[in-house]
Design a protein around this ligand. Structure first.
Ligand code: HMG
Length: 389
């Protein structure tokens, strides 16, 4: 019997502000049904000027460290595609803000929205080597497209922190994994740009092809049949994508896609993403949080995960929900993280979209906006300055 390893705890944080899609629709003359029904989004998180992937990551991880202590955490993996530095890992700032022991290995991972899943799998390998150790895997991203582009409606921001350990308290991650990589230019962000470039239609096709490829490999590795899963957490750039992807897999496997099957399989995973928007690496695990928070008892049930990162890499794997998981959920805090956001008007959103830290090497304080646990207080000599609030 292999040692059970998986997600022991999960906590998330999101940005200070929320832009309702009704406001974006009123600005650009879009029929609101396209956002609410067509892409399945109600609002998107907008970080304050003094928030970034570091403050989001630290805010997500602080409750995990508070609950479990840091004695067993010997590795921190921070996955992001909205990196703040080409050399220094954002995880090192988080390690400092959380007061983690110096005897810790810290690293940043990148492959678009897939990075956190690589982090989770690498963490499982480390725990297998020494089951006494725990790994803190953090996914933290801010999704930003050009103003007035089709991608604008699919922005968002969030961080998810997961503690990976032996005898996990929430979900035991299983073998095998189905893997898929293809070199496609569906979505990318060159180093000189703050906003992503995307071919929207091609990106949806690339996602579906990758989901199919990962599923095919999963089946060839003797994975379980679709019917053996109680629900599916898909990467959600917008929540309708989870429906599209599941319908695609059902069709690929020769199943009927009429009726409520798709909604039953993915509906409960979309609640947080629908309000937060695309949180890139964090999105598939926000789906897990929503599912665990809302579903009837899932003890012993198997969940399917499909992680996709443009460019592209995908992985399909299963996890079984463990007994007693309901006592370890953070449902109240999760709902609070979403509902505490302050609504922002269009002018305020646009100002934040255009706001950037000065790059002249001088001393600059950031406006005090966040009401979160940590803030980016400024920049001095090209060094970001962080503080606990
Ligand atoms: P668009 O051109 O604005 O929208 O692009 P559309 O015309 O395709 O309409 C969207 C849907 O709304 C359609 O439904 C319409 O029929 C429907 P579908 O045909 O797809 O089922 N619609 C309506 N429904 C109800 N009432 C109405 C109405 N009007 C239209 N009145 C797009 C949309 C998502 C492509 C765009 O926002 C975009 O480019 N987003 C960014 C790219 C993206 O999210 N791609 C997803 C796959 S790639 C991925 O997931 C990776 C990613 O997360 C990055 C990473 O890995 O790092 C992006």
């Amino acid at each position: 019997m292999p040692l059970p390893i998986g997600i022991h705890d999960l906590s998330f944080a999101t940005g200070e502000f929320a832009l309702p899609h009704t406001i974006l629709a009123a600005h650009n003359g879009t029929e609101i049904g396209k956002y609410h029904v067509g892409i399945g989004q109600e609002s998107m998180s907008i970080p304050a000027a003094d928030e970034d992937i570091v403050t989001l990551a630290a805010t997500a991880a602080a409750p995990v460290v508070a609950r479990h202590g840091s004695e067993r955490i010997r590795t921190v993996v921070l996955a992001t595609e909205s990196s703040i530095d080409q050399a220094k890992s954002a995880g090192v700032y988080v390690h400092s803000l959380l007061g983690l022991p110096s005897a810790t290995r810290v690293v940043e991972l990148k492959q678009a929205c897939y990075g956190a899943t690589a982090g989770l799998q690498f963490a499982i390998g480390l725990v297998q080597r020494d089951p006494a150790q725990q790994v803190l895997v953090i996914a933290s991203d801010v999704s930003k497209y050009d103003l007035d582009s089709p991608g604008e409606a699919t922005q968002g921001a969030a961080a998810v922190a997961m503690l990976v350990s032996a005898d996990p308290g929430l979900v035991r991650i299983e073998d095998p994994s189905g893997l898929f990589t293809a070199d496609v230019m569906d979505f990318w962000r060159p180093n000189y740009r703050t906003t992503a470039l995307v071919d929207g239609k091609e990106s949806i096709d690339a996602y579906l092809q990758a989901a199919e490829g990962a599923w095919k490999d999963y089946s060839e590795q003797d994975g379980h049949a679709l019917e053996q899963f109680a629900a599916f957490c898909y990467h959600q750039p917008f929540t309708k994508m989870a429906h599209k992807a599941h319908r695609h897999l059902l069709n690929y496997c020769g199943h009927d896609t009429q009726g409520d099957d798709v909604t039953r399989a993915v509906g409960r995973t979309t609640a947080y993403n629908r309000a937060i928007g695309n949180s890139y690496t964090a999105s598939v695990y926000l789906g897990l949080a929503a599912l665990l928070d809302q579903a009837d008892d899932l003890t012993g049930r198997r969940i399917g995960f499909l992680s996709y990162g443009s460019g592209s890499v995908a992985e399909f794997f299963g996890g079984t929900v463990v007994a007693g998981y309901q006592d370890r959920l953070r449902t109240e805090a999760n709902i609070e993280a979403v509902s505490r956001r302050r609504p922002i008007d269009y002018a305020g959103y646009r100002e934040l979209h255009e706001w950037a830290l000065p790059d002249d090497g001088g001393d600059h304080a950031t406006p005090r906006q966040t009401t979160g646990l940590f803030r980016l207080s400024g920049i001095s000599g090209h060094k970001r300055l962080y503080q606990a609030c």
